[in-house]
Design a protein. Structure first.
Length: 398
């Protein structure tokens, strides 16, 4: 890490680019990948795929895991396995990366966007109940949206930014109305909700291991569940639905979604490091919380007392009046210091791809997106680099 010297132009030129979140490769990745290459087991069959599945199932606390090419395909298959039908509606967090919403459309179903709660920024269970009570009819064991006439078959709570969703009230409402719960636990690997891992709380859970996740396979995903029949169905659908692999008989429309061994090998090496990565993320969060405490106009996500967050992504809220600029101006300012930050995602209900005719306002998510900014938080972030971010933020406001 270079210190700033007398000439600000030279100092600026010498500053290293500080990315938002990059992978940390420091364990057995090379060794395991080399073994795949040396033995020729590089494709969709191989011992690392099964080992990776066992490791993720153990972490999630589920009996079964099925590896997929990415998290989006895991969500697609989980929705199919859970019985979501074309024309159904699925309740989903509006404040999420778009993948689970896209997956709902791949299944031919329609997303119904639910607002976030303001404390922990997760899907708001009160808004789920409110929607069901205000806008739905429960007739002959089927929940229907009174306005569209469509069946509501599932809920996809997305645990965002490393913090779990408050699942108990979601599960209670789901049981009451026979809705399947498909957790998108992608951003919460390593966190706990009342001592249990996201992914194991609903009927089926999904993870992604893309490049910015707490552990990565480059690209990869996983479905986890306690239901043997669902796990079998997920494996069947992700491997082209082969009924007879010799005669090439396919009983259903299947998908080529199986993770390859060479990427699973990276996943195994990464999973070996998960505990230390989570510890590092928590340390980073703690340093940001201390370093930015007392800065006028900066707010933090609260951690619920029932949650152990991983702080996978460290995000803050900027209140323009007291701080002196809004979140997007701060983003540009930090960019000029070669510090990469990013807003939260455009909420699903405002997405041009998904808004359709739902002209609704979900004010909590909209406000969080307006004010939110995620800060560099790679596992490999040094204290000196983190100080650059803290100084950049402290120096930019009033
Ligand atoms: C919450 C969430 N779900 C799903 C995905 C999609 O995973 P993938 O990129 O592996 O398809 C991501 C991130 O990419 C995500 O953040």
């Amino acid at each position: 890490m270079k210190t700033i010297d007398a000439d600000p132009k030279i100092a600026q030129a010498e500053l290293q680019f500080l990315p938002l979140c990059v992978p940390e490769i420091r364990g057995n990745e090379w060794e395991y990948v080399k073994e795949c290459l040396d033995t020729g087991w590089v494709s969709s069959v191989g011992s690392y795929v099964e080992r990776f599945e066992s490791m993720v199932a153990a972490q999630a606390g589920t009996k079964y895991a099925v590896a997929t090419v990415n998290g989006t395909s895991a969500l697609h298959i989980a929705l199919l396995v859970a019985g979501v039908q074309p024309g159904d509606e699925v309740l989903v967090s509006t404040l999420t990366f778009i993948a689970p919403v896209n997956a709902i459309r791949y299944a031919g179903a329609w997303p119904v966007f639910i607002d976030a709660e303001p404390e922990h920024w997760q899907i708001d269970p009160a808004r789920v109940s409110e929607f069901i009570e205000r806008d739905c009819d429960w007739i002959n064991g089927v929940l229907r949206n009174r306005h569209t006439g469509r069946r509501i078959s599932a809920i996809v709570p997305v645990h965002i930014l490393g913090h779990p969703v408050d699942m108990d009230p979601i599960l209670a409402v789901a049981r009451k109305y026979d809705l399947k719960v498909i957790e998108d636990s992608t951003e919460a690997l390593g966190s706990t909700y009342r001592g249990k891992s996201p992914g194991s709380l609903g009927d089926i859970g999904c993870f992604s291991f893309n490049g910015n996740k707490i552990i990565t396979t480059g690209g990869g995903g996983m479905i986890v569940t306690n239901r043997e029949d669902w796990a079998k169905k997920a494996k069947y659908l992700t491997t082209q639905a082969k009924d007879d692999p010799i005669e090439y008989v396919h009983g259903e429309i299947g998908y080529n979604y199986r993770l390859v061994n060479v990427l699973a090998a990276i996943g195994c090496a990464q999973m070996e490091q998960l505990e230390s990565y989570v510890a590092k993320k928590r340390k980073i969060a703690d340093r940001y919380a201390h370093g930015l405490a007392g800065v006028a106009g900066i707010e933090f996500m609260k951690t619920a007392d029932w949650a152990e967050s991983t702080y996978w992504m460290y995000s803050i809220l900027i209140n323009p009046e007291p701080y002196g600029m809004n979140s997007r101006r701060l983003l540009k300012h930090l960019d000029s210091l070669k510090i990469q930050t990013r807003p939260l995602w455009q909420p699903g209900h405002l997405s041009p791809a998904h808004a359709q005719d739902q002209h609704i306002s979900l004010p909590v998510a909209e406000d969080l997106v307006k004010r939110g900014l995620s800060l560099p938080c790679s596992v490999g972030l040094t204290e000196a680099e983190q100080d650059r971010v803290i100084d950049g933020i402290c120096g930019a406001g009033h």
